[in-house]
Design a protein around this ligand. Structure first.
Ligand code: ADP
Ligand code: ASP
Ligand code: MG
Length: 814
C-alpha cells in the first residue's frame, strides 16, 4: 500500500485536481491511499469567517459565500452532469450545516476552540468528498472515507494529540477490508473519542498521511506539493535555493521544526518509527526528482544541508541574582509555559545560570509575560528575579545538517557571514546533537540573512553584488555598458554576479529586484518614478540586500552627503565624486571609520587620475609598511590638454574653449583652471598617505589673473581670458625660451602641499606628457631616488567608468 498526500495548492481548483487524478491514475497497481488538504486557502477563509462571526460582523457571510462558490464551481467543472446533482446536494447540505454553525457563533458573539475545530474541518470534509466523486466518475475504483472515523485524538482543539493505539487499529481494520483500490480521505481532521471534531494543527494534512502510512506499514509516503522537494532554503525568499535530493529523517525534522513549511514537523515521527521512506514531489512538475527522506542520507560530504527560518518570534528572558544555584527555577519556568500551552521553539541558558532565555511565537508573548510574572511573583517582589523581559518582531534562522558535528568552524562562518552583512544576532543556540545551529535575528533582516548564508554555504562559487547607481550621464552610462558587456565573463571567471537593482538620474529612478535588464535601462528609467534622493536611499535600506553597493557617478555635494547613511547600513560606497574625500578632514575620516566599523568598503579610486590605479597602489605601499616621502604629479587632464595645445600660434582663450567643447574640463572650466580640482586631488593623495590636511592648507600659486578668478560665470570668465591673452603668451614665451614646457604640477612633501604652473625642462618625467594624460611620482622609503611612476589617460568617461568598475570588483573580492 502506498500513501499519497496532496496539499492545498495541488487541489486548489478543478484544473489542479485533474493533475492530481493523472498522478494517481499513473501509479502502479496496488492499494493507494490519497490524503487531500482543503482547496488552497479555504482553511484560512474558514478561520476568517469564524472570527468575523464571533465578533458579530456580517462580513462573515460573504466569506462563507466565497467558500460555497468555490466548491460549487469545482464540482460543476469536474463532475459529469449525470452525477452532479448527487454531489451538489451532499455538498450543499454540508454547507448548510457550516452556515448554521457560523450563525451560532454570530448570535452568541463567541467562538470556542471546540466550535472552531468543527468549522475548520469543513475544508477537508468538502474537498475529500468532491475529489473522491471525481475519481469515481472518471472510472477509478475509488471510495471516500471520513478520516474522523479513523484518526482518534484527545480534545486539545486546534492541535490535538493522536491516540496511536486506537488510530492504528482503526486504520488496520478499515484498510484490510476496504475493497476499492483507491481510498480518498481528508487530511488534518480527526475526532475525539466522544465524537467531537478535532484538528491536527495547521499544515496537519502531512501528519494525517504519515499516521495512516505508519498504521498500514505503507511502502512509501509521497507528499505532493507546489515545489519540487525540500529546498536548501525557502524558495520564495532565496531564488538560488534548490531541491535537496536526499535527506535524513532528522534533518528533515529539524528543517521543518525551524520553519520549512513544506513538511509539517510532526509528520516524520510516525514514519521514522516504521522506517517508511518519504518522497516530496511537485504536482506541477511531476517529472522533477523531488526529495527523498530516509533514515540516513548518503551525501556524506555535505555539512550544511539546509537553512530554515521562522518568522514572528519573540524572546522571553528570566534573569536575576536569585536564580543562581536555586534548583527548580527552570523547571517552574517551563512548567508555567507549558500549562499555558505556549510552545517553546528555542532555549538558551547562560552558564552563569543568571538567565534563561526562550524563543516563542510572537502571538504568545503577552500571555507568556503574564503567566511567568505571576508564577515568580514572590521572587520578583523580593528582588531575587527581575520581571520577565520580552522582545518581539524577531526571527530564528537555523543551519541544519547531520554532518555538521564533524566539521569545524561552521558556526564561525555562520556568524561572520551575518556580521559582515550587518545582521545583528540577538541569541544563539546549538543543539547538543550538533545537527543545528540557530540564531535569533531581527525579522527585517531575514531575507538578507538567508541569502547571505545560502550564498556562503551553497553557492560558494558565485557571489552576488547588488548595485544601486546614482548618476547615469557620461560616466554612469559608460559604466552600465561595461557591466552589461562583462556580466557573463565575471560570472564565469570571477564568480561574481553583478546586478543593478536600482538606478537614478536627476529626474527619474527605477528599482527591479531581479536586476534591471541592462539592454533597456534607458527606456525603463524614462518610464520610472520621479527621482528623490531620500526615497532612493530608504528603498535601498528597505531592500536590505547583502553585498549592496551604492555607486555615485554624480558631482553633487548633496549626494556625497548621503554616504555616511549608506555606510552605517553596511552598504558599500563607490564614487568618482571628489567632494566627500576633499571635504573637511573630519568628514573624510568619519567615512573611512564607518566603512571599517560596518564592514562596507568606501572606495574612490577614480577621484584621482580616473581609471589609473593610483589610490589602490598607494594603499598597498602603506599597508605593506612603506612611507611616502614626496608626491609629484600632473593630475589635471584638462590643464594638461590646455598647456599641450597652447603656443604662440593659438590663443589661450581658444584652447580653453576647445577643451571645454571636447569635454576635457568640468562644465565650469574655472574649477580646472583655477587649480581647485588639482588641489582636491593632491589633498586626497596626501590624506591617503596618512596626513591630516585641509584644503586650505594647500598653497595654490594660480597662474590665472585675479580678474579671471573673480568672474561669476562662464561668459565673464572667457571674456577675461581674451582680455589677458598677453599675460598667457608671456608665460608661454618664458618657458619656451628656457627650453621648457608648462605643466600644472601638484606636489606634496614634508606635510605641505602645493599646486601651480611650472616650467618643466627637457628630460624631466613630466616633459613628454601627452594629451590629457596624468602622471604621479611616488617617492617613498622604498623608492627614494627613482620614484614609482603611474602614468596614463587621467580623464574621460570610459576610463573613469572602468575605474569605478575596478572598485566594484575589489569589493567583490573583499
Ligand atoms: P501544501 O499546501 O502542499 O502542504 P505548503 O504551502 O504547506 O504546501 O508547503 C509548501 C511551501 O513551503 C512552498 O511553497 C514554500 O513556499 C514553503 N517552504 C518553506 N521552506 C521551504 C523549503 N525549505 N523547501 C521547500 N519549500 C519550502
Ligand atoms: N488545510 C489545513 C491548513 O491549511 C491543513 C493542510 O493543508 O495541511 O492548515
Ligand atoms: Mg503543508
Amino acid at each position: 500500500m502506498q500513501v499519497l498526500k496532496f496539499g492545498g495548492t495541488s487541489v486548489a481548483n478543478s484544473k489542479n485536481i485533474s493533475l492530481v487524478k493523472d498522478i494517481v491514475g499513473q501509479l502502479k497497481k496496488g492499494k493507494t491511499v490519497v490524503v487531500v488538504s482543503a482547496l488552497g486557502g479555504v482553511t484560512d477563509l474558514l478561520i476568517e469567517s469564524a472570527s468575523l462571526a464571533s465578533k458579530q460582523l456580517d462580513a462573515y457571510a460573504s466569506i462563507l459565500k466565497k467558500i460555497e462558490d468555490r466548491h460549487i464551481k469545482t464540482i460543476k467543472e469536474l463532475i459529469p452532469i449525470k452525477r452532479q446533482s448527487r454531489v451538489l446536494s451532499r455538498i450543499k447540505s454540508e454547507l448548510n450545516t457550516l452556515e448554521t454553525l457560523l450563525e451560532g457563533a454570530f448570535l452568541i458573539g463567541e467562538i470556542t476552540p471546540k466550535l472552531s475545530d468543527k468549522i475548520v474541518s469543513f475544508g477537508e470534509l468538502l474537498s475529500s468528498f468532491i475529489i473522491s466523486e471525481y475519481f469515481i466518475s472518471d472510472g477509478m475504483n475509488a471510495v471516500y472515507k471520513d478520516s474522523r472515523e479513523l484518526i482518534i485524538t484527545n480534545e486539545v482543539y486546534g492541535k490535538a494529540a493522536v491516540d496511536f493505539s486506537k488510530t492504528d487499529s482503526n486504520c488496520r481494520a478499515f484498510f484490510k477490508k476496504v475493497p476499492e483500490s483507491t481510498i480518498v480521505l481528508g487530511g488534518f481532521i480527526a475526532s475525539s473519542e466522544n465524537g467531537n471534531a478535532t484538528t491536527l494543527g495547521r499544515g496537519g494534512s502531512d501528519y494525517s498521511s504519515a499516521i495512516i502510512a505508519a498504521a498500514v506499514q505503507a511502502t512509501e509516503l509521497q507528499i505532493w506539493t507546489d515545489v519540487s522537494g525540500m529546498f536548501t532554503a525557502n524558495p520564495k525568499l532565496v531564488k538560488q535555493a534548490r531541491a535537496i535530493p536526499h535527506i535524513s529523517y532528522e534533518e528533515a525534522m529539524e528543517l521543518s521544526h525551524f520553519g520549512a513549511k513544506v513538511l509539517y514537523s510532526p509528520t516524520i515521527q510516525p514514519v521514522l518509527a516504521k522506517d517508511i521512506n518519504i518522497v516530496i514531489k511537485n504536482t506541477f512538475e511531476p517529472e522533477a526528482e523531488g526529495t527523498l527522506i530516509t533514515k540516513t542520507q548518503n551525501e556524506k560530504g555535505k555539512s550544511v544541508r539546509g537553512i530554515s527560518h521562522i518568522e514572528n518570534i519573540a524572546l522571553l528572558s528570566l534573569e536575576g541574582p536569585g536564580m543562581v544555584g536555586i534548583p527548580g527555577i527552570s523547571k517552574r519556568f517551563f512548567e508555567v509555559l507549558s500549562q499555558a500551552e505556549i510552545s517553546v521553539v528555542l532555549i538558551t541558558q547562560a552558564s552563569s545560570e543568571h538567565s534563561i532565555c526562550v524563543g516563542i511565537s510572537d502571538a504568545d508573548i503577552e500571555k507568556a509575560v503574564a503567566v511567568v510574572n505571576a508564577a515568580f511573583e514572590y521572587e520578583i517582589e523580593r528582588g531575587k528575579i527581575q520581571p520577565v523581559i520580552s522582545e518581539k518582531n524577531l526571527a530564528i534562522i537555523a543551519l541544519v545538517g547531520d554532518n555538521m558535528k564533524s566539521h569545524q568552524g561552521l558556526s564561525g562562518k555562520m556568524f561572520s557571514t551575518l556580521g559582515r552583512n550587518n545582521v545583528n544576532i540577538r541569541v544563539i543556540a546549538q543543539g547538543a546533537s550538533e545537527r543545528n545551529i540557530s540564531a535569533v535575528i531581527d525579522k527585517s533582516d531575514v531575507k538578507k540573512a538567508l541569502n547571505a548564508l545560502h550564498e556562503e554555504f551553497f553557492e560558494e562559487n558565485i557571489k552576488q553584488l547588488n548595485l544601486f547607481v546614482m548618476g547615469v550621464g557620461n560616466v554612469g552610462s559608460k559604466f552600465l555598458k561595461q557591466v552589461h558587456q562583462q556580466k557573463k565573463y565575471l560570472k564565469d571567471n570571477l564568480k561574481l554576479n553583478i546586478r543593478i537593482i536600482g538606478m537614478s538620474n536627476s529626474r527619474k529612478m527605477i528599482f527591479d529586484e531581479s536586476g534591471i535588464p541592462l539592454k533597456y535601462w534607458e527606456e525603463q528609467l524614462n518610464n520610472g518614478e520621479k527621482a528623490n534622493r531620500e526615497k532612493f536611499m530608504s528603498r535601498v535600506k528597505e531592500l536590505n540586500y547583502r553585498n549592496s553597493i551604492f555607486v555615485d557617478n554624480t558631482a553633487s555635494s548633496e549626494v556625497s552627503e548621503t554616504y555616511n547613511t549608506y555606510l552605517r547600513n553596511s552598504i558599500s560606497v563607490v564614487t568618482c565624486n571628489k567632494i566627500a574625500c576633499s571635504s573637511a578632514f573630519e568628514n573624510y575620516s568619519e567615512l573611512k571609520q564607518l566603512a571599517r566599523k560596518y564592514n562596507a568598503p568606501f572606495l574612490f579610486e577614480t577621484n584621482v587620475g580616473a581609471g589609473l590605479p593610483i589610490i589602490d597602489t598607494l594603499k598597498h605601499l602603506i599597508v605593506s609598511g612603506d612611507k611616502v616621502l614626496k608626491i609629484q604629479a600632473v593630475l589635471s587632464g584638462s590643464l594638461n590638454f590646455v598647456f599641450n595645445n597652447f603656443n604662440d600660434q593659438t590663443t589661450f582663450h581658444d584652447v580653453v574653449k576647445q577643451a571645454q567643447e571636447e569635454g576635457y574640463t568640468e562644465p565650469d572650466p574655472k574649477i580646472d583652471l583655477s587649480g581647485v580640482d588639482v588641489m582636491r586631488k593632491i589633498l586626497i593623495l596626501a590624506r591617503e598617505s596618512g596626513n591630516e590636511l585641509e584644503i586650505e592648507d594647500i598653497a595654490n600659486n594660480s597662474f590665472l589673473p585675479k580678474e579671471s578668478l573673480a568672474t561669476k560665470n562662464n561668459t565673464e570668465f572667457f571674456a577675461s581670458l581674451k582680455k589677458n591673452e598677453a599675460a598667457f603668451q608671456k608665460l608661454y614665451k618664458t618657458a619656451a625660451e628656457a627650453n621648457s614646457k608648462l605643466k600644472y604640477v601638484a606636489q606634496f612633501e614634508n606635510g605641505k602641499a602645493s599646486v601651480g604652473l611650472q616650467q618643466i625642462p627637457k628630460g624631466h618625467d613630466f616633459y613628454n606628457l601627452e594629451g590629457s594624460d596624468n602622471i604621479v611620482l611616488f617617492y617613498t622609503e622604498r623608492y627614494p631616488n627613482q620614484p614609482m611612476i603611474i602614468k596614463g589617460a587621467g580623464a574621460g568617461a570610459d576610463v573613469t567608468a572602468s575605474g569605478i568598475f575596478a572598485d566594484i570588483i575589489r569589493i567583490g573580492n573583499f
